[in-house]
Ligand binder design. Structure first.
Ligand code: C2E
Ligand code: CA
Ligand code: CA
Ligand code: CA
Length: 275
């Protein structure tokens, strides 16, 4: 009876089949989206505590979906990772971000989020070389953020990749630091230049003494490893003051600046240059 047809099968597994169909549909749409100009980048400033200026711009992807509207990365990055589409998507992100940086960011650096999965196959170093050459961006203006939430496997190989790119000036940051279980082992295993404190620790510091204790330990850990430390998710004046008092190197978050379109970012930057 199960094979009598679609309707009958549906009777047994309605929710599951529905999900599979939707997922396949979204996968096909994502394949198209990369070529159909539906992907966009928004840009969020990172502010340097010592100079009081924006020094880096982080690129964050969005998908302007024809049917579902504007999608955030959480809604399609996992799918892109599972299907391997992440490579094409990431090439688009790198190319666009580096071109925008050359054309509009002056001497500022640009930070791009790269999935740990992209280190599992060969070719990462040449992909980066290619995008640097074609855009003309100086390697010392490129930062690569890798979230701690997905495991970096094969430490020796990944270390070689990182060292090769670091030798030309590219910097590497651990994103979402503290949120996963890998924090300490990552500091030992990989030659990272900096950490970005996960916003889930940053936001509660306003109200929770415990949160502050945890944060102070993480910042101490970063300093013990001589790492550049960014607090992300800074949403209030109090948080800004607090993280500056901890001697963090950089701040990022809605209080400093929301992720905005390239056009809006250019306006903000021209104001900074003017002041
Ligand atoms: P992330 O790299 O940790 O980026 C920070 C996220 O927090 C962004 O969400 C940003 O919009 C948001 N955010 C920034 N400031 C604040 C704040 O003050 N408060 C709060 N509550 N949130 C803030 P978004 O853009 O939805 O990105 C989510 C994640 O998706 C990113 O987290 C990153 O891991 C991933 N992602 C984004 N763009 C790309 C990409 O091009 N490639 C890959 N592989 N992953 C990406
Ligand atoms: Ca990031
Ligand atoms: Ca993060
Ligand atoms: Ca994140």
């Amino acid at each position: 009876a199960k094979h009598d047809g679609r309707n009958c099968w549906r009777l047994y597994h309605p929710a599951m089949e529905e999900q599979i169909v939707q997922r396949r549909e979204l996968e096909n749409e994502l394949r198209v989206a990369i070529h159909a100009n539906q992907l966009q980048l928004v840009y969020q400033p990172r502010y340097d505590v010592r100079t009081g200026k924006v020094t880096t711009i982080e690129a964050l992807i969005r998908w302007q979906h024809p049917r579902l509207g504007l999608l955030t990365p959480d809604q399609f990055i996992p799918l892109a990772e599972d299907t391997g589409l992440i490579f094409q998507m990431s090439d688009w992100v790198l190319t666009t971000a580096c071109q925008d940086a050359v054309e509009h960011f002056g001497s500022l650096s640009v930070a791009v989020n790269i999935s740990a999965i992209e280190f599992r196959v060969s070719g990462f170093v040449s992909r980066i070389h290619h995008v640097l050459t074609t855009s003309g961006l100086s390697p010392s203006q490129l930062e690569i953020e890798i979230s701690e939430n997905t495991a970096l496997s094969d430490p020796e190989r990944v270390t070689d990749i990182m060292l090769s790119l670091k030798s030309i000036g590219v910097r590497f940051l651990i994103d979402d630091f503290g949120a996963g279980y890998a924090s300490l082992s990552y500091l030992h295993a990989f030659p990272f230049d900096g950490i970005k404190l996960d916003k889930s620790f940053v936001i509660p510091t306003d109200t929770s003494e415990n949160a502050r204790r945890v944060v102070e330990n993480i910042v101490g850990l970063g300093k013990a490893f001589s790492l550049h430390i960014t607090a992300e998710g800074v949403e209030t004046k109090e948080q800004q003051t607090y993280f500056e008092s901890l001697d963090c190197d950089a701040l990022q978050g809605y209080f400093i600046g929301r992720p905005v379109s390239l056009g809006e970012l250019k306006q903000h930057l021209s104001r900074q240059t003017a002041s």
